[in-house]
Design a protein around this ligand. Structure first.
Ligand SMILES: C[S@@+](CC[C@H](N)C(=O)[O-])C[C@H]1O[C@@H](n2cnc3c(N)ncnc32)[C@H](O)[C@@H]1O
Length: 349
């Protein structure tokens, strides 16, 4: 039994991934998961035997896809664990920039040591698994699992007595070590690594750069939902900075502003010639609205299906659950002209 490991990605489709993949048409074998996030849909498609090309603009999401989608046999061993955790904590990028911003000084020093050690692992797959697990550990220690809270709030929510008084939960896991969390999850991540005998690929680019270069039967689109909590750089940019060990600016085509989102969606949908089917997840709380999309799609295709189910988004814990209707557009590219070409033009990416 192949289980998707605990990733905890905001806006993930884990609970409905099987439902989504069940709408992949029967004459399809490959899928481009263009906004892969935590890879829940790519993982399900890989399980179902699809050739998966995964992409996300954030490096850490690329690492997750490299570990679970592209990777077919590399796992972290006991020896790798010893390498990652050897030595004494030291000052580095995280200590300098994020002490008492997101973590205490000793925690930043640990992260700096582990970052240096991960570089000693023997290949890119092992490094990616280590980053994915370190991400999981960082997220577990972070109240609300995102890196856009201020230090006072973080400190307060990590205070177990305060948390117990206020929420009747100590949330002691915020104060367990990175190593504890890493080791707690390693088996689950290793067990999720498998070979589906397809040439699966993880990419890390702005989707708008890739559209002309990728060929697949399906493009699956799960873009940030404009008008909801969707600042992905704000949530996870810190982890990319950790990987690169330097400050990085937020990415540009981010779907944050309504005006920009309209332009981006228009540009997206007029550059999908390489895909026979376009499958897009969206929800009723977001912008543009279903009918606005429909008006655009009707100009581009004569075969459009809309499927809807309720989906609960866990935003910040029990107290704030939002019930949304999850919408799936399944659109046949009725102008599709198949090309005798590789699904992925390697030299161009
Ligand atoms: C709604 S999430 C995808 C969630 C994913 N389906 C899952 O199950 O975890 C949207 C993703 O789009 C990515 N993204 C935003 N703008 C992008 C762009 N211009 N190019 C590529 N990826 C982008 C974000 O980093 C985020 O991970």
């Amino acid at each position: 039994m192949l289980n998707f490991p605990k990733i905890n990605y905001i806006g993930n489709k884990e609970k409905i991934a099987e439902w989504i993949v069940s709408f992949f048409p029967s004459d399809t074998k490959s899928v481009f998961d263009a906004f892969a996030g935590g890879s829940s849909v790519g993982f399900e498609a890989k399980k179902k035997g699809f050739q998966v090309i995964s992409n996300d603009i954030l490096k850490i999401n690329y690492c997750i896809a490299k570990s679970l989608i592209e990777n077919c046999d590399q796992k972290l061993t006991q020896e790798d664990i010893s390498i990652i955790f050897e030595g004494t904590p030291k000052e580095g990028f995280m200590t300098e920039h994020y002490t008492e911003v997101f973590f205490f000084k000793n925690e930043c020093m640990e992260l700096d040591l582990y970052r240096e050690n991960i570089e000693k692992l023997e290949n890119e797959y092992k490094k990616s698994i280590a980053f994915a697990l370190m991400r999981r550990a960082m997220i577990r220690k972070m109240p609300y699992s995102r890196f856009n809270l201020d230090w006072n709030t973080i400190k307060q929510l990590r205070d177990e007595e305060y948390s117990y008084e206020k929420y009747k939960r100590k949330r002691a896991y915020h104060n367990e070590s990175f190593k504890t969390h890493f080791l707690e999850n390693i088996m689950e991540y290793n067990n999720a690594i498998f070979d589906n005998k397809e040439q699966n690929i993880a990419l890390n680019d702005d989707v708008f750069n890739l559209l002309p270069k990728i060929h697949a039967d399906i493009i699956y689109l799960d873009p940030p939902y404009t008008g909801t909590m969707n600042n992905y750089f704000g949530f996870y940019g810190l982890i990319d900075e950790y990987i690169f060990s330097k400050k990085i600016p937020p990415f540009k085509n981010n779907f944050l502003e309504k005006k920009q989102a309209i332009k981006l969606f228009y540009s997206l949908f007029t550059h999908l010639q390489n895909f026979k089917y376009w499958i897009m997840s969206y929800n009723n709380a977001s912008f543009p609205k279903k009918n606005q999309f429909l008006t655009l799609f009707e100009k581009l295709s004569t075969n459009i299906q809309i499927i809807e189910i309720p989906h609960i988004y866990k935003v910040t814990g029990k107290e704030n659950k939002q019930a949304n209707t999850e919408i799936l557009f399944v659109i046949e590219n009725t102008n599709f002209k198949p090309k005798e070409t590789l699904f992925y033009e390697q030299s161009n990416v």
